[in-house]
Write a protein that binds this ligand. Structure first.
Ligand code: SF4
Ligand code: SF4
Length: 242
């Protein structure tokens, strides 16, 4: 059984427990019935053991798998160090990434056009660089994230935050990559046509956490985190990030 199934089962058990006791699904009750259960479970224990197990993937795929094996066999006591854990240290600038493929002057022009239209930049750049477009012909298999979206919005229980915020808006204003607008599973974070801080639509967020893992700036209050403050609520507690 994987962590999502196990956490889901624990959440279901907690809800049944509250139903039987006639208690509402408030934060205080869920903390006691579900969050405590989850923190004391093998899911939490294994999340701690595997915290650094994937660091090798920052070097290459093979070392990533070897690192996972070493972490698993040593129960997290020995880990293969990666190049860097922090997203903002591994995400190159657009100009660096497309060096020799798209001239900087053209990137600047495409940037301006996308900004004016409020469109993501990366799609345009990938098309320009020769990546084949994927037509939306209704024949594609759906991805896991699509399935999640079709399931609808994940609603946080009362008392839990239900949103993404940007820790330092000035970082977003100076951010040229804005990877969060590209990576967002629910298209909840979009380019702001007026420039600066991206727009966020709470109703579309499915609490996947992708924005947090792919933001290209550090959090001013915690250098181990990114500039995205992600508050998933109890429904998103299956993630090791919570
Ligand atoms: S959230 Fe991160 S990636 Fe998105 S605009 Fe702000 S700093 Fe850039
Ligand atoms: S958690 Fe972030 S990436 Fe995922 S849907 Fe919400 S805003 Fe988008």
């Amino acid at each position: 059984m994987d962590e999502a199934w196990a956490s889901g089962t624990m959440l279901a058990e907690a809800v049944i427990e509250l139903m039987k006791a006639g208690k509402p699904y408030t934060k205080a009750n869920l903390e006691e019935a579900y969050v405590r259960r989850r923190r004391q479970s093998w899911v939490e224990e294994e999340a701690v053991i595997s915290e650094k197990s994937r660091d090798g993937f920052t070097l290459n795929t093979l070392l990533g798998f070897i690192g996972m094996g070493i972490s698993g066999l040593s129960k997290g006591k020995v880990n293969l160090p990666g190049k860097s854990k922090r997203p903002w240290e591994r995400i190159p600038t657009i100009e660096e990434f497309y060096k020799g493929v798209i001239p900087e002057t053209e990137i600047l022009q495409i940037r301006k056009e996308c900004q004016l239209k409020g469109e993501p930049l990366h799609d345009r750049l990938m098309t320009r660089a020769g990546w084949p477009e994927v037509p939306l012909d209704g024949q594609l298999l759906i991805s896991q994230q699509d399935a999640l979206l079709m399931g609808g919005k994940v609603v946080a229980n009362p008392g839990y935050a239900d949103h993404v915020t940007f820790a330092d808006p000035y970082y977003c204003q100076s951010c040229r990559e804005q990877v969060c607008t590209e990576i967002c599973s629910g298209q909840a974070i979009t380019v702001n046509p007026e420039g600066g801080v991206p727009l966020f639509d709470r109703e579309k967020c499915v609490h996947c956490g992708a924005c947090m893992w792919n933001c290209s700036k550090p959090n001013p209050e915690d250098p181990e985190q990114t500039n995205v403050n992600f508050r998933a609520g109890s429904g998103g507690l299956h993630s090791a990030e919570n």
